[in-house]
Structures are given as structure tokens and as C-alpha cells.
Design a binder for this molecule. Structure first.
Ligand code: NAP
Length: 335
């Protein structure tokens, strides 16, 4: 089969399209013919091998342990392992190839991938394979931040900082589905998109510093992470919650050893003393995120936003495009 192979950590230019063997499946796995997969920041971290801490966290010390990148998949079941009863060949499915630590290569930048059957859900008929491939990791991050960490409730005022990107476009729609009043912050060129997916109010971060407007929010989901906690807390109600989702900006913050881990750790250490910080309560995956996301799509409350689709041969170009931060929603690879 054709696959993108990563022999070393480095730059997107080190990735090569090659012929390799199809993966074998275990008893609890299925073989999926990949139709689409996504490009997201954790794929970028794996290709760069940064922050270096990820190499100690199981990704592979000197080179990636698994050579084929990618973790989101939408496709058709080709064959099933002997213990699998949920799916049959021909079923259309979507999901991520693993849960937990996202700094791993999951093998989806290929024509076929072996996946645990428990990781997959049937693809909603109303969305394309390309749209379905955008959902699993980014939708889960948004749901985790809003539901488990943020404990979002009906009628709350919610601010999404970085609302026009891969995670943000899911977060806006999920917050609306929970009945929140949503303000979306991002660059000027993305505000129309953020409004079109349901945000009640949008603002350009170059024109408005949300930490200084005098507005208070019940929940801030900070995907851009460009303000320190000391500034974000100015915009929170006394019982509000601040959830940080990321702050790396594709290595531009220069923290090559630990990335944004240091900032997450600091907030976790402070959390027993600051009621607006959720600590680690979102860390345990309740396991129902894929089902919840699928149900939101089927109910018409969540429509994945796909910026551009690249062919498998152009993965390097797709990663470089991700690094620019220009994408509205998620970038997808059609296989
Ligand atoms: N796999 C995942 O998706 C995943 C998992 C865990 C954590 N995260 C973290 O979440 C963060 C975002 O991920 P993503 O996939 O949503 O990235 P993304 O698609 O690049 O979106 C980030 C958005 O933030 C906007 N932004 C940049 N500077 C901003 C500022 N000062 N104020 C407000 N918005 C700003 C960007 O817009 P402009 O570039 O136009 O300014 C962009 O629309 C990353 O740090 C990532 O590490 C992602």
C-alpha cells in the first residue's frame, strides 16, 4: 500500500510517500481502507519531535517508534479480527487510532490502517469522509475542555479564544449545543466563519483584548493561550472556570524541551487553591466522547469545518500550511 513514512524527527520535507506492507490486524482490530485523515497540531509535534519531552513519553527516543503519522481516520472497513462483532466489511466508520497520550504516530497517513474496533464509530451519513476525518481528536479536545474541565451549563457566557481554528470551530458549536452564549475570538479573516457556525459575538484579537473589556465570562476555553492566567482571570466571574487547551503556536514560543507542559503543570499545582482552575478533572477520558460527537453531528448541531483537502502525496505541504495558522477549521488529507 501507499503510505507516508517518517524515518526521523525533523521537518515536513523529511516525509516520504512509499510502498509498504499493509498492516496485520489483531483479534480485536479492524483493517480500515482510509478515505480521509486530518492534519492537526499533535501530528506537527510528532513530525518535529518537539517538545523533546514527547520522545521520553513513548513516541520514540531517537526516531519515531511507529513510522506512519496521523491519528484521525474516516474510511471503510476492509476486514475484521476474530473477536470483532460491531462491524462488518463495507461499514463506513470514523475515529482516532488511539486514546490517551496524543503524541504518537497512529498510522493513518496510508491507504490502510489497523485500528482497535472500540476506537471507531459508524460514520454519520450526513457528512463526507473528509468532514468525518476532521472530528475525532479536535472534537474530543473541545468536548473535554468544555464538558469535563469546564462543566459547561445552559445559559452560561462562554468565551472561546482561538475560535476559528481546528479545535475552536468544534468548541463554538459544542458550546452552542449546550445552550451557552458564545463569544469567539480570532483573527479578522476568520470571524465570518465563527459567526456562521453559531457564535453570538465575534471579536478580532488585534482590535480587542478580551481580558480588558470589562466583560465577565462563566467559562473561558483558551485555545490560543496568548494571555497568562493572571490576565485571563480578569475576565472571569468569581465562580467562572478557565480551561487552557494549548499555547505552543507551532514551536514559536520556543519552549523546545517541554512546550506548554510547564504552563499546564503550573495551573494544575495552583488549582487546589484557585476555584476557577479545574485541575486535572478532565484528564480521565469518560470514553463516551466519540459517541457524543457522533450524536451531535447526527442531530445537526455539529458540522465539521474543513479548510482545505490535500492529496496524500502533498502531506508535507499540508503540514507547512498548518504551521501558518491560516486554516479556518481543520486541514484534511484525502487518501
Ligand atoms: N490535536 C489537536 O487538535 C490538539 C490537541 C491538544 C491540544 N491542542 C492545542 O490547541 C491549540 C490549538 O489547536 P488547533 O488545532 O485549534 O490550532 P489552529 O487550527 O492553528 O487554531 C488556533 C487558532 O488560534 C488563533 N490565534 C492565534 N493567535 C491568537 C490570539 N492571540 N488570540 C486569539 N486567537 C489566536 C489562530 O488564528 P491566526 O493564526 O489566524 O491568528 C487559529 O485560528 C494548539 O496549541 C494545540 O497544541 C490541539
Amino acid at each position: 500500500m501507499k503510505a507516508i513514512v517518517q524515518d526521523r524527527y525533523g521537518s515536513p520535507d523529511d516525509l516520504e510517500l512509499r510502498e509498504i506492507d499493509r498492516p496485520a490486524i489483531g483479534d480485536d482490530e479492524v483493517l480500515v481502507r482510509v478515505h480521509a485523515t486530518s492534519v492537526h497540531p499533535d501530528v506537527w509535534h510528532m513530525i518535529r519531535g518537539e517538545p523533546y519531552a514527547l520522545r521520553l513519553m513513548g513516541a520514540g527516543l531517537r526516531r519515531p517508534k511507529h513510522r506512519v503519522p496521523g491519528s484521525d481516520v474516516a474510511g471503510t472497513i476492509e476486514s475484521v479480527g476474530t473477536n470483532v462483532t460491531r462491524f462488518r466489511p463495507g461499514d463506513e466508520v470514523f475515529g482516532a487510532t488511539f486514546t490517551g497520550n496524543l503524541w504518537r504516530n497512529g498510522g493513518t497517513y496510508a491507504e490502510y490502517v489497523a485500528v482497535g474496533a472500540d476506537c471507531l464509530e459508524s460514520k454519520p451519513a450526513a457528512i463526507t469522509f473528509e468532514q468525518a476525518a476532521a472530528v475525532p481528536i479536535s472534537g474530543s479536545i473541545a468536548l473535554q475542555g468544555l464538558r469535563e474541565e469546564g462543566r459547561i451549563r445552559y445559559g452560561q457566557k462562554v468565551l472561546i479564544n482561538g475560535a476559528g481554528g481546528g479545535v475552536g470551530t468544534f468548541a463554538v458549536q459544542i458550546a452552542k449545543a449546550y445552550g451557552a452564549h458564545v463569544t469567539g475570538i480570532d483573527s479578522a479573516g476568520k470571524l465570518n466563519t465563527i459567526g456562521s457556525i453559531g457564535a453570538d459575538r465575534v471579536a478580532d484579537y488585534m482590535k480587542e483584548d478580551f481580558t480588558r473589556t470589562g466583560e465577565y465570562y462563566d467559562l473561558i476555553l483558551d485555545i490560543a493561550g496568548n494571555h497568562p492566567w493572571s490576565e485571563c482571570k480578569r475576565a472571569l466571574t468569581p465562580d467562572g472556570t478557565y480551561v487552557l487547551s494549548g499555547a505552543d503556536h507551532f514551536g514559536r514560543e520556543g519552549r523546545r524541551w517541554f512546550g506548554s507542559l510547564g504552563r499546564f503543570l503550573k495551573l494544575a499545582v495552583m488549582s487546589p487553591f484557585v476555584r476557577q482552575l479545574p485541575g486535572l478533572r478532565g484528564a480521565r477520558d469518560p470514553g463516551d466522547r466519540p459517541v457524543v460527537l457522533k450524536e451531535l453531528v447526527e442531530a445537526g448541531k455539529l458540522t465539521p469545518v474543513v479548510d482545505r483537502t490535500f492529496p496524500l502525496s502533498d502531506v508535507s505541504e499540508a503540514i507547512r500550511y498548518l504551521e501558518t495558522g491560516q486554516a479556518r477549521g481543520r486541514i484534511v488529507i484525502a487518501v
